[in-house]
Design a protein around this ligand. Structure first.
Ligand code: EPS
Length: 408
């Protein structure tokens, strides 16, 4: 008996439930995407126009395919919000797929006519096609593509926007910009004002803060558009006014850097995540990497100050009050108009990989989706720290903590 209790306690500790939980459902060419978000306190004002602007931002960028001309994503809130405010119950948001009208016969919920199904006959290297078909025992990759598609990230952006509204009530903001497209890289550190200026633009090219570099990025996309290839790149997400103390070094799965890395890595095509100057730091001496500490600060949560922010706002798995900077590295899109070598699922003969209409570059869109993941992660950590069933309670707890920091 004693042993059983002990095991149960351990299971409880290591499968801890965060206060904020979320997941998504929906296929790329199904009727709709749906996102669920549970744990947002009651009383948060929901600005639907803000949610739709975030969805619009994710659809922008040079190098998107024909699908973005079909879709105009908008958030249809099904539950959890009444009279413009959250009510503490789970929030669910639907995003209709306009393309569904073209897929009803190819991808019906009922048995349908098998002659109208659209097979993905040969797996695309780099896509989930082959691994997914093997895993789920599908004879071809249609269902794999449907769920592995980055269309799913629209659902994350919708609930990420709710997380952003929550964070804004605590004074925090999250935005992104593009650092690299293919072989073109911006080497300056881009400060918050320049990122905000990008965010205000009504036309998004590649979401790069330097117009000249952005033109170079566009030319890079044009090159691959002509050659039937695709491109990856690097985006950076920046979170402002995050108080010191989110996350903890006390347990491996509670470290903020680990949570952010998992959240950003979970986005389609992201193959590496970096916090601050993490990669360069591995090749440098400690004296040039670590951010020296002073006590001259006049703004912020405390009077402690830093000479620079190579740590990207996180030390020991805990936010330190500086800007949080997270970079995501995207592999090139795996659907190529000039396809790579593959094998036919039925005949096992060598063929070219399947090609369907696709994007050739999605770095700015991935940056917006990563903002959503960073916002959801910060909201989760903030709620774990400050708690609260109503916004009044959360904000009171947050302010009390900020006062504690000021008095430190
Ligand atoms: C994707 C393929 C394309 C992309 C899609 C991701 O869709 P389709 O096959 O309908 O042309 O446009 O991304 C989106 C639809 C989106 O909203 O971002 C893929 O296979 O991953």
């Amino acid at each position: 008996m004693a042993v059983r209790i002990c095991v149960r306690l351990r299971a409880f500790r290591y499968n801890r439930k965060f206060m904020l939980r979320y997941f998504t459902a929906g296929e790329s060419h199904g009727e709709a995407l749906v996102a669920f978000l549970s744990g947002i306190p009651a009383g948060l004002e929901i600005d639907q126009a803000f949610l739709d602007r975030e969805l619009w931002r994710r659809q922008q960028g040079y190098g998107r395919g024909g699908r973005m001309k079909i879709e105009t994503d908008s958030s249809h809130i099904l539950s959890g919000v009444r009279h413009g405010r959250t009510i503490g119950s789970p929030i669910s948001i639907e995003i209709a797929n306009k393309d569904w009208k073209n897929w009803q016969e190819a991808l019906p919920v009922d048995t349908g006519d098998s002659a109208k199904h659209k097979r993905v006959a040969s797996p695309r290297p780099g896509h989930a096609d082959l691994a997914g078909a093997l895993k789920y025992n599908f004879p071809e990759a249609r269902y794999v593509l449907e769920r592995a598609s980055a269309r799913e990230s629209a659902a994350r952006v919708a609930i990420g926007a709710v997380a952003k509204l929550f964070l804004q009530e605590l004074g925090m903001e999250v935005l992104s910009h593009v650092i690299t497209v293919g072989s073109i890289t911006l080497s300056d550190v881009v400060d918050w004002d320049r990122i905000q200026a990008l965010h205000r633009k009504e036309e998004v090219l590649l979401n790069c803060a330097n117009a000249e570099i952005e033109q170079g990025m566009k030319e890079e996309v044009d090159k691959v558009l002509r050659s039937g290839d695709s491109l990856g790149g690097v985006f950076e997400v920046v979170a402002r006014d995050v108080p010191p103390g989110l996350g903890t070094y006390a347990q491996w799965d509670e470290r903020l850097d680990a949570l952010l890395a998992a959240a950003v890595m979970s986005l389609q095509a992201v193959k590496a995540v970096e916090i601050g100057s993490g990669v360069a730091a591995a090749f440098a001496a400690g004296s040039t990497v670590h951010d020296e500490i002073g006590y001259a600060g006049t703004s912020g949560f405390t009077s402690f100050s830093r000479a620079h922010n190579h740590a990207g706002g996180i030390e020991g798995g805990v936010s330190n009050g500086e800007e949080i900077r997270v970079r995501g590295y995207l592999k090139p899109i795996s659907t190529l108009r000039r396809p790579l070598q593959s094998v036919d699922f039925s005949t096992r003969e060598a063929v070219k990989a399947a090609y369907e209409r696709s994007d050739v570059c999605v770095v700015p869109a991935a940056g917006v989706a990563a903002e959503a993941m960073v916002a959801l992660t910060l909201a989760r950590c903030a709620l774990d720290k400050f708690g609260g069933d109503s916004m009044a309670e959360t904000i009171r707890n947050f302010r009390g903590y900020c006062q504690q920091l000021k008095n430190y």
